[in-house]
Write a protein that binds this ligand. Structure first.
Ligand code: RB5
Length: 148
């Protein structure tokens, strides 16, 4: 059976499509199994249609982590965060990505496909997949996020 930690859900809208294709290629070379929820071309799509199935799968713990991207990273992150147990962080540099894991236990990384260098994005994904949550006082705060 495939190591669960190496199985990652990924998706984008048309604004993040090129970055998604780049990340899939690079991460597969590193031994990750990417489950691609779309989109599958640069044709215009509505990001909620693409991200809701992925976010549901993370919410149901079918995946520990997901990577999502649209043009700005905003819309797709907003839709993902509507799901119970999902903590999607919009990040654009490495330190911020580290903090999203250490302090917020983010389980989805959202990337701005039209505003980020692809090699930086790859480094951010590596950091996201390999940084542990610190717990402690941050655990208490994370537990307070889901109010309803
Ligand atoms: C698509 O043009 C663009 O609006 C979308 O990728 C994203 O940036 C929305 O937040």
């Amino acid at each position: 059976m495939f190591d669960k930690e190496k199985k990652i859900a990924i998706c984008s809208d048309h604004g993040g499509f090129k970055l998604k294709e780049f990340l899939i290629k690079e991460l597969e070379l590193q031994g990750y199994l990417l489950v691609d929820y779309g989109c599958f071309s640069q044709e215009s799509v509505d990001y909620p249609d693409i991200v809701h199935p992925l976010a549901e799968a993370v919410s149901n713990r079918q995946f520990e982590k997901g990577i999502i991207m649209c043009g700005s990273g905003n819309g797709i992150q907003m839709a993902a965060n509507k799901h119970r147990n999902v903590r999607a962080a919009l990040c654009w540099d490495i330190e911020q990505t580290q903090l999203s894991r250490r302090h917020n236990d983010a389980n989805i990384l959202s990337l701005p496909g039209r505003f980020i260098d692809f090699n930086i994005a790859l480094q951010m994904v590596e950091v996201f997949l390999n940084t542990e949550f610190e717990g402690g006082r941050h655990q208490i705060r994370v537990e307070k996020i889901s109010k309803f």
